[in-house]
Design a protein around this ligand. Sequence first.
Ligand code: HEC
Length: 224
Amino acid sequence: MSSSHKAVLLLGAGLMLAASPLARAEEPGHFGYGQIATPAEIKGWNIDARGDDGAGLPPGKGTIERGAEVFAEQCAACHGTFGEGEGRFPKLVGGSGTLRDDRPELTVGSYWPFAPTLFDYINRAMPMPTPHTLSADDVYALTAYILNLNDIVPNEFVADRDSLPKVKMPNRDHFIWTDPRPDTTAKPCMNACTDPAGVKIMSTAEGNGLTPRTTGPLDTMQPK
Ligand code: HEC
């Protein structure tokens, strides 16, 4: 090997070491593996927009007209020009009044409680083959267009971080937001959590030959 080759190899090894996780492992608060996320990496992941108040929605805005254009180019092939859904791809429109039916039609319009969630979903997951390729303005525009297709906002609506949280979705009030199970309350219940008199055993598997009664090794366990 020529000495100039060696020099290049050494230089390469030096660069690798400088950029390696080993070098980063020296940083405080580190566990000695992986690498500390850079602010730019965290920014790339930290894209959630909260449903009820829209916290986390980025700057930008979009009209229904622009949304219709982008939708025709990037969404209609799967979701239909007016959100009616092509083939087995999901409908984004309709279904209002079906939530109590045997086969409810769950769409953005009939089911989703919050408009910022529509922004969040499109922004993180759509268009399906190439997510994370749309600008914030275009995601706002698509959100406005889909809301308009569902007759939730008027034609002149402009979607942005202020207007979306104010949109009242038709199904907004039909979700239950509290979870009364004892283990989810601030003070967990540790004993006598239910009233024994109030508990009724409706049926058991015993007597149906389903519950093994012996305690031997598995292969000798036979229902009695
Ligand atoms: C290649 C087909 C395809 C394209 C193109 C596409 N989507 Fe989707 N979309 C899907 C599929 C499949 C789902 C269901 C995904 C799931 O449930 O996991 C979906 C789900 C959705 C949903 C959620 C529907 C619901 O009620 O759960 C929205 C909103 C949506 N897409 C919007 C868009 C928008 C806006 C675009 C264009 C930027 C787009 N999609 C492009 C296939 C596509």
